[in-house]
Design a binder for this molecule. Sequence first.
Ligand code: NAP
Length: 249
Amino acid sequence: MNISLAGEVILVTGASRGIGAEIAKTLGLAGATVAGTATTDEGANRITEIFKKENISGRGYRLDVSKVEECTAVLSEVEKTHGAISILINNAGITRDNLLMRMKEDEWDDIMDTNLKSVYRLSKLVCRGMMKARSGKIINLTSVVGFMGNAGQSNYAAAKAGIVGFSKSLARELGGRNINVNCVAPGFIDTEMTQGLAEEQKKTLINQVPLGRLGEVSDIANAVLFLASNLSRYITGSTIHVNGGMLME
Ligand SMILES: NC(=O)c1ccc[n+]([C@@H]2O[C@H](COP(=O)([O-])OP(=O)(O)OC[C@H]3O[C@@H](n4cnc5c(N)ncnc54)[C@H](OP(=O)(O)O)[C@@H]3O)[C@@H](O)[C@H]2O)c1
């Protein structure tokens, strides 16, 4: 069965690399108009180029999700150019790993701002249009680490677990308006975020994965495609775990 997202206007944050780039491409190839964001103009231009090459409707935008004025401005530009956003994918995320005893205030705050507060901020901004339309979908990228913890990532795990609680609450607030709010929780996926891990660390990680490999970006994009489509219309407040069996929920 072919999934069609024709007519949807989708904002994907952090679409310049890794998981976000694959999500943007997958949803675009399914027929949606996609606004994909990067933190730099070069990154935004690269997204536009890729979309052109792939015949995807939409383009790249520069956005730092930790800056409220930029979020407001980009959302209004996207809506002026492409129409009201019908699906929001909160994918942008960073890591600032450290053991708690050494963790600085700014390492905690950067993670909260970029990974958690941005989800509150962008969801709030798109919500009004979705409520008016009486339809919409918000899909948030959390992490296996938000469910099982990881030494050296107390800031990241707290933000990712926070996204889950936030999404469940919002799903309850918006269900009556036919708006679905769900999460996708990747395990360890082969992107720049994990390429920094030492070979030894990677081996240890893979040993914990029943399917015996790191995930690929397409494994995550396919779960997002399902949540973005009407096939998932009766699912809200849920998390799809895509982790090769590393954590069975
Ligand atoms: N990779 C994994 O194993 C894994 C596992 C679990 C969860 N996740 C989650 O999945 C999401 C994507 O991860 P990834 O591995 O694809 O990451 P990645 O390869 O490091 O890419 C991060 C993306 O986020 C963007 N970004 C960073 N800071 C931003 C900011 N302040 N404002 C807006 N955009 C910003 C980056 O833009 P620039 O290119 O402009 O820097 C880039 O597009 C994240 O939420 C991550 O926490 C990943």
